[in-house]
Design a protein around this ligand. Structure first.
Ligand SMILES: NC(=O)C1=CN([C@@H]2O[C@H](COP(=O)(O)OP(=O)(O)OC[C@H]3O[C@@H](n4cnc5c(N)ncnc54)[C@H](O)[C@@H]3O)[C@@H](O)[C@H]2O)[C@@H](O)CC1
Ligand SMILES: Nc1ncnc2c1ncn2[C@@H]1O[C@H](COP(=O)(O)OP(=O)(O)O)[C@@H](O)[C@H]1O
Ligand SMILES: [K+]
Length: 503
């Protein structure tokens, strides 16, 4: 699903109104009726006090429509107009009149702190104060009202966006914004719903298809693409029955040092479970028995050195090399890595200490084969590209970095971002149970396993990140977040592939 800017969404609105020959009031009616239907589906006529806070723009207009529909269904609704301006939008005014025709309990106006209503923690609050129209931080009594709503501890449903959140920038620490439990947004999600600095304000997210102009949605280039099952499925390549292991490539997994052989083991196993035809693992001597015992399916090549990598002399023609997990940063290992880079011309996957070695020896960057995949977590990224001001600045810096070196970059996190070919993809699978030792090593093996099967590096990164999260989700469902360990992600790759095509 594409992610658009506020300006693009406004354009989509205008085109929809023109091409479908409807009024903006009808579009608002359509969007907000869908929201009230969702609320009704969940509340099932329960006798809960619903407090709807409406701004005086179109977000507020949505709130008024929702209020009218819920009142018609028999809910106990109180509407508050947050009177931040005397300029009301036309659709606000139309729906204000319609609401007054529906109920005798007319909206109360909030014009200062004195008008703040009491909010009980058992109330159901709907935030329809500001949507994508917010263009400056909230101030004065409006900011205090937001704090008042948050402090109530009531359940908060935000319409389109939590009020106070901008669609195109990060709020300052001191800004007030709604901390929603749930957000229902129209047509496509906003980028800020997925950024580490802003995602917590959104709560659970539901996107409603409000029927905006199809032609625009499919032809317009988005700011990013959200990767869910549908998008991941399109990248999948079926296996031919008339095939043999040679068709699925030979992945060479290089890494490990004394005490960290487990990381390479996890990556190698993940590459095999993802479908690589052959996997060879290159490790220091001390890992030999461990690898051969724990993963008989892999072939093992050992370094001359017992405890670290000193000379990666593999004498093979691997389809992909996956480097860095548990490798350490010994000067001899750095030298070996440099030679490996100079002798490799196919895209590689670089993770963990491989990234740290590049960060500390930037001259290595010029030896990286084009389209290689780097998989940093935020700390590794910072070592690699330096500091950033905020998440938007970070995105810009990563785009510059990946484009100037012609790389694919997988920025791991709660929502992992994938950058390549000038585009940005945001993963929508995975869970906090995956914040556990070794889950990054598993991801490297999965992506390498896909590249080995001739997926383009960018496609391998996108599909690999999605499958990794999907497998983690399957584990968490059976085992809880806490008990999930990274080996479980490998073991459930089969279930993840199956789930890709199950509805
Ligand atoms: N396709 C869509 O996305 C649709 C959007 N609709 C709704 O329309 C909303 C956008 O409506 P609007 O453009 O009227 O904008 P909002 O209702 O978000 O904001 C209203 C106005 O408040 C003013 N304002 C901004 N920041 C302020 C501040 N800090 N203090 C005081 N005033 C401030 C601005 O002039 C802004 O236009 C969407 O978020 C959504 O809820 C729906 O009605 C229909 C379809
Ligand atoms: N809260 C979370 N939600 C979803 N995925 C997560 C979360 N926390 C971590 N992950 C995923 O787990 C992996 C952790 O990788 P990394 O930090 O490299 O761990 P390690 O170094 O232990 O292997 C990444 O793929 C990341 O996206
Ligand atoms: K809102």
């Amino acid at each position: 699903m594409k992610i658009f800017s506020a300006a693009q969404l406004k354009k989509a609105d205008e085109l929809t109104i023109k091409n479908q020959n409807i009024s903006s009031t009808e579009l608002m009616e359509r969007a907000a009726s869908l929201v009230s239907a969702e609320i009704h589906k969940r509340l099932q006529n329960s006798d809960i006090a619903i407090k709807i806070f409406c701004g005086v723009g179109n977000n507020g207009g949505d709130g008024l429509v929702i209020a009218r529909h819920l009142i018609e269904k028999g809910y106990r609704v109180k509407v508050f107009v947050v009177n931040y301006s005397d300029n009301r939008s036309n659709d606000f005014l139309i729906n204000y009149d319609r609401l007054k025709e529906t109920t005798n309990d007319w909206p109360e106006y909030i014009k200062s702190e004195h008008d703040f209503p009491e909010i009980d923690q058992n109330d159901f609050v709907i935030d329809a104060i500001f949507g994508i129209g917010l263009n400056r931080p909230l101030e004065g009594w409006i900011a205090k009202l937001i704090d008042h709503i948050n402090n109530s501890k009531a359940f908060i449903l935000a319409i389109d966006m939590p009020s106070g959140l901008f669609s195109d920038r990060i709020p300052k620490k001191e800004d007030s914004l709604i901390l929603a439990n749930f957000t229902i947004s129209f047509q496509t999600p906003k980028l800020v719903f997925f950024l580490p600095q802003t995602m917590d304000y959104v709560g659970d997210l539901q996107i409603l298809d409000i029927g905006l102009d199809r032609e625009f949605l499919s032809s317009e280039k988005g700011k990013a693409e959200l990767i869910s099952k549908h998008e991941a499925r399109l990248l999948y390549k079926p296996r031919k029955s008339n095939s043999h292991k040679g068709n699925y490539g030979h992945a060479l997994v290089v890494g490990g040092s004394y005490g960290k052989i487990g990381s390479v083991l996890l990556s190698s196993k993940a590459a095999l479970r993802t479908g690589a035809g052959l996997v060879s693992t290159y490790i220091p001597k001390c890992g030999y028995s461990i690898l051969q015992t724990a993963l008989p399916e892999a072939m093992v090549i050992t370094d001359k050195n017992d405890e670290k990598l000193t000379n990666i002399d593999h004498k093979m023609d691997p389809s992909v090399i996956c480097f860095g997990m548990g490798a350490g940063k010994d000067p001899e290992t750095i030298e070996a890595f440099k030679k490996l880079l100079q002798n490799t011309h196919k895209p590689m996957l670089i993770d963990a200490d491989g990234l740290n070695m590049i960060a500390e020896n930037k001259e290595l960057l010029k030896f990286l084969p084009k389209k290689s995949v780097l998989t940093p977590h935020p700390k590794e990224l910072q070592r690699l590209i330096g500091d950033w001001k905020d998440d938007f600045d970070k995105i810009e810096k990563v785009q510059d970095f990946t484009q100037s070196h012609d790389l694919v970059l997988v920025l791991k996190g709660s929502h992992t971002f994938i950058f390549g070919d000038g585009h940005m993809y945001i993963n929508n699978s995975g869970n906090p149970g995956m914040a556990t030792a070794g889950s990054g090593d598993v991801l490297s093996g999965i992506i390498a396993g896909l590249i080995s099967q001739q997926y383009e590096p960018l496609a391998a990164a996108i599909l690999g990140v999605y499958l990794h999260g999907l497998s983690g989700d399957i584990v968490a469902e059976n085992r809880s977040y806490q008990a999930l360990i990274s080996g479980d992600i490998v073991e459930n790759m089969g279930a993840a592939f199956q789930s890709l095509f199950a509805d």
